[in-house]
Design a protein around this ligand. Structure first.
Ligand SMILES: [Zn+2]
Length: 184
């Protein structure tokens, strides 16, 4: 029999950095492409209260879903795809809607959510803004290898709290550039 108090305490041990490390592990699964970054993302919520222990909702990484898909969009679409039965398993008989759980969500991503997509797909920053997530923990700012990214600024402008986890920035950048030609 698992004690609820023990569960809560063990969940609390997961620090923000640990979730970011899980996102880094996801990023390592990306198929490396010289023209794109390898990024990982984990989405966590706190329910029923903001101070409730974190509950992991989904993980995503670049190109995991078909097409030139991005980590954050993939993780978000997995949350959107949760069925009532899935939600009941986690939240009990009367589960909140995915819209509600996303309001309390913390997004952990190894690289700044994109604000410009050359592929025509919607940028991840826009998707996270539409999902109305609460906070976004980021490993590293998107370098200007391909485009100038303003994802973090866009999200901060509408009130999403942005937290940079600088301790892992170099590591996240190295993973992101896997398979790229050497930088000058
Ligand atoms: Zn993106």
């Amino acid at each position: 029999m698992v004690d609820a108090g023990d569960l809560a305490r063990s969940a609390h041990r997961f620090t923000h950095l640990e979730f970011l490390r899980e996102a880094m592990e996801a990023a390592c699964k990306c198929e490396a492409l010289p023209g794109a970054f390898s990024v990982g993302c984990v989405i966590v919520t706190h329910w029923p209260e903001l101070h409730s222990p974190p509950i992991k909702l989904s993980t995503g990484y670049s190109r995991e879903l078909p097409g030139n898909t991005h980590a954050e969009a993939n993780a978000l679409s997995k949350v959107d795809a949760l069925s009532t039965a899935d939600l009941m398993e986690v939240f009990g008989q009367q589960p909140p809607s995915t819209k509600d759980i996303l309001k309390n969500a913390d997004v952990y991503t190894t690289m700044e959510p994109c604000s410009v997509r050359t592929s025509g797909l919607s940028p991840c920053a826009n998707a996270l803004i539409e999902a109305n997530v609460r906070r976004c923990f980021i490993g590293v700012k998107e370098p200007t290898d391909f485009v100038v990214c303003e994802g973090a600024k866009k999200m901060a402008d509408i009130g999403i709290e942005i937290i940079w986890l600088e301790e892992v920035a170099d590591e996240c950048l190295a993973i992101a550039r896997k398979g790229h030609p050497l930088q000058p």
